[in-house]
Design a protein around this ligand. Sequence first.
Ligand code: SF4
Ligand code: SF4
Length: 234
Amino acid sequence: MSKVMTLADRLQKARVASTPEVSDRAKRGLAAYVGAQAQGMQAIADLADGTAATAIGQLGLSAMSPTGLDCASGCAFCCILSGDDGGTITESEAVALHSTLAPLVGQRDGRAWHPKACPSLDPETRTCRAYDARPMICRAYVSTDVTACEAVSNGQVAPGPGTLGPYHTYLAAIGLSRAALKGTKRVATYALSRVAAAAVEGKSLDDALTAARHKPAELDAELKRSKRDISRAS
Ligand code: SF4
Ligand code: SF4
């Protein structure tokens, strides 16, 4: 109980570089998550590995019914990733992704379809081979115009694709978790494409996490991009 109270106090004092609305939503979500945990140690572990942030993001997504989307199974321009990072994911998401992809070692992966495609992708069907374990960044990215997605995948700027609000809340929740646990537990983030590549190449979970772990500044940079995107959308 005292540990839960201490964590609640730390969360209350935590700050994150997001908009006040998103920060407040993430903080309320984390407070509710922690309050619902019977075991303080479990709440701390869930904040540290991103389980709590992901739960908050997924709850937000489940409350939405966006319309007019072009998204469909086998439509995978959004799985063509820029750079070698592919996007920010939490430790719990990295572990789930690795666990799903590790048995597929040796199989052809998305890069047989497109050199920059996510290694989680099936190159023939262009569907995600880790669909149930796909991270928030994949769940929240949608588009009203698939031709714009193709243009974006070719490095152009085009309106249509974008990230739903719960992704920003999830990111803020990771930042708040890091601030609340500062000095006690590491709250790391990871590169989606590097985790997936390591898994399909047969690397162990530990090696995959080591290869894909972000420097702390990467979350700060992603939070800045998120804040800019929120401002543009409002
Ligand atoms: S985001 Fe774009 S590429 Fe991805 S499924 Fe939706 S329409 Fe297709
Ligand atoms: S994890 Fe799945 S949905 Fe996400 S980018 Fe990779 S193939 Fe696409």
